[in-house]
Design a protein around this ligand. Structure first.
Ligand SMILES: Nc1ncnc2c1ncn2[C@@H]1O[C@H](COP(=O)(O)OP(=O)(O)OP(=O)(O)O)[C@@H](O)[C@H]1O
Length: 537
C-alpha cells in the first residue's frame, strides 16, 4: 500500500500494529468517496477534498488512489526526468570551490589562506577548528544534487546567506559543527541542505528496499519541528527524501507507520522521540547526521538527558548544532559530545538582532494591560501582525481574550497546553492574516519563522536575556527591519544588568528608571565613555 492516513482510523488500515487503533477502513479508491475537508485539515493537492493520505512518492496530501494517480500522471508529464549527478565524494580540503562573480564552475579556484580570511571577515564569519573549507558564494559551488539546486532556486534562495556560505561546505565535509548566527539568518537551510544532500547521495550509493532513517533533527518545540519539516520537504522535493514528524499531539501510530514505510529524515522533539523509540523498534544504525537545533536549549537541564539518550542510541553520527545564542557552558558540553568540533559564528550572535529596534518602556505590572491596549489601538504604533510574549499559559489565554473584547482586534493564544491541531490552526490563521495578534508563551519565542511579523511586544520579560534575544528576533527575518516593544519594571530586576548591557550594545535607549536602578550595575551597565562622564560630573 502506498498511501498512509493521518488519523487513527486509517492508520490502522495501513497495517499499524497498535491494536487499540486498529479499525477496518479501506483506502478510498475514488475521489468522490472522500468527504470535503474541514477548516484547518489538509487538502488534497488535486481536488481539494480532505487530504487523508500522504502520497509516498511526492509527500503531497491526497484524498484517494484516484487523485494519487492523477498527481503522479501530472508530475510525469510536467517534469522532465531529473538526472542526479553521480554522488561525488571530494577530498576534504577541496569540497567546495570559491566562485567569484562572473566565474563559472570551470574557472573555480582554490584560495590562499589570506584570501579565505579576508573573505570571512567580509561576510562576518569566524571559524575555530582545523581543516575547514572556505565559504562558498553560491549553492552551485557545493556539488549538490541538481534537483536540490533547482529546489533552492524555486524557494527563492538565489544566494546563500553568510551562515550558509560557511556552514554548508563545512557540514558537507563531515565535520561536527557548532554554529551560532543571528536570529532569522537562515540557519535552518544551513543544516537542511547538507542533510538532504547526504540522504540523496546515500540512497543512490546504497539502493535498498529497507529504507532506514539516515538523519535526525531534534528541536525543542513542535512549532519548530513543523517548520523544519516544511522546509525539508521543499528542499527534498523530487528526491529520494522523505520525512517523518515525531511530535506530541499527533498520533504515534501514524508516526511509526511512516517511519517503517521508509523515511530519510526524522524530525522531532526529544520527549516524543524517546517515547516512540522505547515503544517501537526503529533501526537507527544508518543515522549518520544528528542536528540539534536551538542547541543551547537542547543541552539545558530538562532536555539534556533525553538528547544524550538519543545521541547514545546512534552510531557516532556527525553532529550539527545551531543557535542564535550559545553560552560558553554549552560550547563546552558540545565539545565533549562531538570530537574535533568546528565552531562557526556568523554576524553578531548572542545579542539582540541589529535589525530589530528595541523600544523599552517602564510599565508597572498593573498598568501593563492598559498600555498594551493603547499600543494596539494606536494607528501610529500598531503594526500587525503582532506577537505578544507572556510568561504563562493562563496569562496567554486571558490576555488574548481581553485584547479581543477590549480592542475588537482578533487575538488568539498559543502555548504548550493547547492541542497540536489548534496550535496549527492558530498559526495558519495568523499567517494568512485572519488573526492580527497572537499572544504566546515561549513556545513561539525560538526558531519559528513568523514571516510578515515586524512587531513583537514583550509583555512579560522572559527568564533570561538569551530568551529575550530569541523573542525579539521574531520581528526580523534576513535583516528586514522590525520593532520590539518591551515592558519592564522592578519585577525584572534580576535581568536589569544584562538587559542594559544588551540595549547599550545595540544603541537602544535605556529608560531612566532602568538606568537609575540600583540593580543596574556591573561591567555591562555603561560604556567606558559613559562611565567617564558619570565620574567626571
Ligand atoms: N539563501 C536564502 N535566500 C533567501 N531566503 C532565505 C535563504 N535562507 C533562508 N531564507 C529565509 O530566511 C528566513 C529565515 O530563515 P530561518 O528561519 O532559517 O532563520 P534562523 O536563522 O533559523 O532564525 P531563528 O534563529 O530565528 O530560528 C526564512 O523565511 C527562510 O525561508
Amino acid at each position: 500500500m502506498e498511501e498512509r492516513s493521518k488519523d487513527n482510523l486509517c492508520e490502522s488500515s495501513f497495517g499499524v500494529t497498535n491494536d487499540d487503533e486498529a479499525t477496518a477502513n479501506p483506502v478510498k479508491e475514488r475521489c468522490w468517496d472522500q468527504r470535503e475537508s474541514l477548516q484547518g485539515e489538509p487538502q488534497c493537492a488535486i481536488c481539494g477534498r480532505y487530504g487523508e493520505y500522504i502520497c509516498d512518492e511526492t509527500d503531497d496530501d491526497i484524498c484517494s488512489l484516484e487523485c494519487k494517480r492523477t498527481l503522479l500522471g501530472r508530475l510525469a508529464n510536467s517534469q522532465k526526468p531529473v538526472s542526479l549527478p553521480p554522488p561525488v565524494r571530494l577530498p576534504i580540503t577541496d569540497e567546495c570551490f570559491y566562485v567569484r562573480d562572473g566565474d563559472d564552475k570551470s574557472q573555480s579556484r582554490s584560495l590562499t589562506s589570506n584570501q579565505i580570511e579576508s573573505l570571512r571577515r567580509k561576510i562576518e564569519i569566524q571559524v575555530k577548528g582545523g581543516d575547514v573549507p572556505p565559504p562558498v558564494l553560491s549553492f552551485s559551488s557545493c556539488n549538490l544534487p541538481q534537483k536540490l539546486l533547482q529546489n533552492l532556486e524555486a524557494a527563492g534562495y538565489d544566494i546563500p546567506t553568510p551562515v550558509q556560505m560557511q556552514a554548508i561546505p563545512a557540514a558537507l565535509t563531515g565535520k561536527n559543527l557548532l554554529v551560532s548566527a543571528d536570529t532569522g539568518s537562515g540557519k535552518t537551510a544551513s543544516f537542511l541542505v547538507p542533510v538532504v544532500s547526504h540522504c540523496t547521495n546515500f540512497r543512490f550509493e546504497h539502493p535498498s528496499n529497507k529504507k532506514k532513517p539516515l538523519a535526525m533533527v531534534l528541536a525543542p518545540t513542535r512549532e519548530i519541528c513543523v517548520q523544519v519539516e516544511e522546509q525539508a520537504k521543499l528542499l527534498g522535493r523530487g528526491l529520494p527524501f522523505k520525512t517523518a514528524l515525531v511530535v506530541g499531539g499527533d498520533a504515534m501510530a501514524g508516526q511509526i507507520y511512516r517511519i517503517r514505510q521508509g523515511v530519510e529524515l526524522i524530525i522531532g522533539t526529544p520527549g516524543r522521540l524517546i517515547d516512540l523509540l522505547i515503544k517501537h523498534d526503529v533501526g537507527l544504525d544508518e543515522v549518520a547526521v544528528l542536528v540539534l537545533d536551538e542547541v543551547d536549549c537542547m543541552l539545558q537541564r530538562g532536555f539534556r538527558d533525553q538528547v544524550m539518550q538519543i545521541f547514545q542510541a546512534l552510531f557516532q553520527p556527525q553532529v550539527l548544532m545551531y543557535s542564535a545564542t550559545i553560552p560558553p557552558e554549552v560550547e563546552k558540553m558540545a565539545s565533549s559530545m562531538a570530537k574535533d568540533l568546528v565552531l562557526v559564528s556568523a554576524g553578531k550572535p548572542n545579542r539582540p538582532n541589529e535589525s530589530v529596534k528595541q523600544v523599552v518602556i517602564w510599565v508597572e505590572s498593573k498598568q501593563k494591560k492598559q498600555k498594551l491596549f493603547d499600543i494596539l489601538m494606536s494607528k501610529q504604533h500598531f503594526m500587525p501582525p503582532v506577537v505578544v510574549f507572556v510568561g504563562s499559559r493562563l496569562g496567554a489565554d486571558l490576555l488574548s481574550e481581553a485584547i479581543t473584547v477590549t480592542t475588537g482586534i482578533r487575538a488568539l493564544s498559543i502555548h504548550g497546553e493547547k492541542p497540536m491541531k489548534e496550535r496549527r490552526e492558530t498559526m495558519r490563521l495568523f499567517l494568512v492574516g485572519e488573526v492580527s495578534v497572537i499572544v504566546a508563551t515561549g513556545v513561539l519565542g525560538r526558531g519559528v519563522d513568523l514571516l510578515g511579523v515586524r512587531q513583537v511586544i514583550v509583555f512579560d520579560m522572559p527568564n533570561s536575556i538569551k530568551e529575550y534575544v530569541h523573542q525579539i528576533g521574531r520581528a526580523s527575518r534576513l535583516g528586514e527591519e522590525g520593532t520590539a516593544i518591551v515592558f519592564v519594571n522592578e519585577e525584572n530586576k534580576n535581568l536589569f544588568q544584562e538587559l542594559v548591557g544588551a540595549l547599550r550594545l545595540s544603541g537602544a535607549a535605556v529608560p531612566r528608571e532602568l538606568a537609575n536602578s540600583r540593580y543596574t550595575m556591573g561591567p555591562y551597565s555603561a560604556s567606558k565613555g559613559q562611565k567617564k562622564r558619570k565620574h567626571g560630573s
